[in-house]
Ligand binder design. Sequence first.
Ligand code: 6AU
Length: 260
Amino acid sequence: TPETLSYSARKDLVKNTVAKRILDIMETKKTNLAFSADITNCSELLKMVDLVGPHCCMVKTHVDILDDFNEEFIAKLKELSQKHNFIIFEDRKFADIGNTVKNQFSKGVYKINDWADLTNAHAVPGQGVIDGLESCTENMSRACLLIAQMSSAGALTDSKYIKSTVEMAKKKNDYVIGFISTSQVCTDDPRYLHFTPGVSLQSSGDSLGQQYTSPEEVIRNRNCDVIIVGRGIYKAEDPVEAAKAYQTAGYQAYLDKLDR
Ligand code: 6AU
């Protein structure tokens, strides 16, 4: 197997400024944990993010599940991202023609391109989905992930789809910095980051198709870079202790991988 590169070595290889920041934060804060803050009330979400912020490199949002979304929420989230040094990732999963996603990204209630360092898109519409998003990011430090695989049972992302998704990313190798996937889908270019949801230390799944694996399996065996954890943290009795446990498990698995 090829030698595993450190975050700082990969930081020198990437051009995109968001990718550089992610790799830098992972190294300095010693965490490859992305906290999925899937909470439906603004002040509860912000309170949780203030607690978990020291332990994660990134906070992932679904702003369209907030019952009381408002612009002040965004200002406060940005403040917390500076206080704790994390990236803001809006998990919007864009999946339409370029012209529509351009509007969904920059208009409406959420104006995602204004505040999210990172977002993601399905590859199913073809190249236009990326072009539409990228057209709203001129002179801004922004990046996108393509969804190559899903963690849910029965996902339709077969090997041919995964391969085409990786090829699509490579045609856009500055704005697209990596993949949502359950394993390393791009093995020949260390610039691409792999973000893996469906991670839990406790549970093996939920009643709606989610499937979980451990931080160690994801980072060490499947060779991914970032573990995405939601309920494992915010539903825990002690979210700070849970966040620390995921931080330690994820980072130790990375160190073990560097060693082997
Ligand atoms: O840890 P959980 O199961 O509470 O939350 C997992 C989070 C949720 C999902 O919307 C998201 O990760 N997710 C994604 C992403 C990040 O794109 C893809 C996927 O295949 N599975 C998945 O759970 O916010």
